[in-house]
Design a protein around this ligand. Structure first.
Ligand code: AMP
Length: 582
């Protein structure tokens, strides 16, 4: 094989277009952490947000989950942390709407800041307060908190904001939707007036604008959801997406590939680490997968490309950087193992197929929380992406039989069956012709099956319609719900606390104007409950329950956020409970 680079392979010139993390001026400790994580280049929001944040500017960013926004604010905050920290009060406070996000964001801070020795603490309702008190007492640099619990600590004097240099409001629209507006105001009042304030929100309704106008000073504005149509540029490609929980992604990828049976496919991952891990997993599952990423030498890459072109590999697992400029004739499918961090990168990725009039397929595996990003991509490409159900085991079997049938038909049309005539003739002395044919088909079919057939059902994730089409959605954004709809209220106590439906009904009817007949479905899981109430009364129910106890205990009470619609940061609690029970 010639090792001379072909004009269509990735060229170094391509990689020069985007600034590297080092060009953004980040501290070496952070660059080291990013390299170890396998992040090859900043995402668009990181490119735009990091320099002004390093310079101490306020920032108003419109960006959804999946764009890399956490690192966009975490890296500058860590960079700006004083070298020698002696004080115990936090220098950064990040407010987030849910405890899941609090955990996720503080894990991100921890990962990026470990070489700086950053002390990061998530605080949220539902967790024993004692542990939080001890950690706060020992001294922290970054606190990632839900507004309610942060305010509790401020009131107790255990969270002191005097040393704060930066406050971040992450997913501000969600926080307002969940009724945290007053808590946020109260928290900001306790923060020093001279501070950096950063606000990220997936949408920019008037209320967010108001919040920004009041609390941000001359902010840099960044919008990652660009309403730009590049339909003309995008090739005609069949585009579909599957919503799948992270844990089931490798199985889902295998299932989709089996059903699609691509000639050759490229699977895009976000980091080198994920490329290596997925390549190994897919090889273990019987696919012929090759990794391609920026950490490989040109010679290694050429070898991989050679194997793909020669057909000895059929799956290329790659990062964006490595796959830039790639043109492989055999490619029929592009798979986004994660939703790409920017719609532009989606467009580039799917440009690898459907070239020169060839038919192409683009498949995106999205986690429930990334659902919103799909809509953004649709807007940018101006093309529909259908959300399909992950093929079931039965779908897979049907598809495999179809493939066997197609292979047999092809074989029948070819003229090379003579050598086998003697076998059939001798067998038909003994058996019926139909039975002989059935046995032959069975053998042919079984020969195509992978050694370790993956025959487990992959759980379907229910995605509810977008919030604005759901009953009870506050379309006017003025905090008053539409009459007629119902809303689910989340109560952080469940079966383990001995909660029964009558306890919930009792607490609600005792504390509010809501009558027993107004209460809809009640679901009690191990650790929480969901109660459906008229939307118009939801706020009252939440206030009432927050002010009272259930089974002698105080509970977290809030509007339920589900696994779809919003950005669905978490799966529906009911689904989680079902999963937990499995
Ligand atoms: P976020 O939008 O902050 O929820 O981030 C989405 C995902 O992208 C997270 O899993 C991050 O670890 C990952 N990520 C963020 N920045 C980068 C980057 N520059 N390269 C690769 N992965 C990234």
């Amino acid at each position: 094989m010639s090792s001379a680079p072909t004009p269509t392979d990735p060229t170094p010139a391509d990689s020069d277009e985007t600034p590297a993390f080092a060009d953004l001026g980040l501290r070496p400790e952070l660059l080291g952490a990013l390299a170890a994580l396998g992040y090859e280049e900043p995402t668009p929001i990181q490119r735009e947000a990091i320099p002004p944040l390093l310079a101490g500017r306020d920032l108003l960013g419109q960006a959804a989950t999946g764009t890399g926004k956490t690192a966009a604010f975490a890296l500058p905050l860590l960079h700006r942390m004083p070298e020698e920290r002696t004080g115990g009060d936090p220098v950064s406070l990040v407010l987030v709407p849910t405890r899941e996000l609090a955990v996720q964001v503080s894990e991100a801070f921890h990962r990026y800041g470990k070489d700086l020795g950053a002390r990061v603490l998530p605080i949220y309702g539902g967790q024993p307060i004692g542990r939080q008190l001890r950690a706060l007492d020992a001294g922290v640099d970054v606190v990632v908190a839900t507004p309610g619990r942060a305010l509790d600590h401020i009131a107790r004097g255990t969270l002191r904001l005097g040393a704060l240099a930066t406050v971040v409001l992450d997913e501000a629209d969600e926080m307002l939707d969940m009724g945290f507006a007053e808590d946020i105001e109260a928290i900001l009042e306790h923060a020093p007036a001279r501070r950096q304030t950063v606000l990220f929100s997936a949408t920019m309704p008037a209320r967010i604008d108001g919040l920004a106008r009041q609390h941000l000073t001359d902010p840099v504005r960044i919008q990652i959801e660009r309403e730009r149509t590049v339909a003309g540029e995008a090739p005609r490609v069949r585009q579909s997406a599957y919503i799948v929980a992270r844990a089931h992604k490798p199985a889902a990828l295998g299932r989709v590939l089996d059903v699609e049976s691509p000639t050759a496919a490229i699977v895009f991952c976000r980091s080198r680490e994920e490329v290596d891990r997925l390549t190994e997993t897919m090889n273990g599952r019987g696919y012929r997968a090759e990794a391609l990423h920026g950490g490989m030498s040109q010679e290694q890459r050429d070898r991989v490309m050679g194997r793909l072109r020669a057909g000895t590999a059929d799956l290329l697992v790659a990062t964006d950087v490595a796959a830039r400029g790639l043109d492989v004739e055999q490619l029929t499918h592009v798979v986004n193992y994660d939703v790409p961090s920017a719609p532009e990168s989606y467009v580039h990725r799917i440009g690898r197929v459907g070239r020169a009039g060839r038919e192409g397929v683009a498949i995106t595996l999205a986690e429930p929380r990334e659902h919103r990003m799909l809509k953004t991509i649709e807007r940018v490409t101006g093309q529909r992406m259908t959300v399909d159900k992950i093929p079931t085991v039965a779908d897979l079997r049907t598809r495999r039989l179809e493939l066997t049938q197609a292979a047999l038909r092809e074989s029948l049309l070819e003229d090379d069956l003579e050598p086998f005539r003697a076998i059939v003739e001798s067998l038909t002395d003994e058996f019926d012709m139909m039975e002989v044919a059935l046995a032959a088909v069975k053998l042919a079919h079984e020969a195509t099956l992978p050694g370790s057939a993956d025959e487990e059902e992959i759980p379907q994730v229910a995605v509810r319609p977008p919030r604005e089409t759901r009953p009870g959605y506050d379309r006017r954004g003025d905090g008053r719900a539409r009459p007629g709809g119902t809303t689910q209220v989340f109560i952080g106590l469940g079966r383990r606390a001995g909660v029964r439906p009558q306890d919930l009904v009792g607490a609600i009817t005792g504390e509010t104007r809501v009558g027993g007949r107004d209460i809809g479905s009640i679901e009690i899981a191990d650790r929480f409950s969901l109660v459906e109430v008229p939307s118009a009364l939801a706020d009252e129910v939440i206030r009432g329950l927050r002010g009272s106890t259930i089974k002698g205990r105080k509970a977290t009470v809030r509007m339920d956020r589900d696994g779809g619609g919003g950005d669905g940061r978490r799966e529906r609690p009911v689904d989680a409970a079902r999963r937990d029970r499995r």
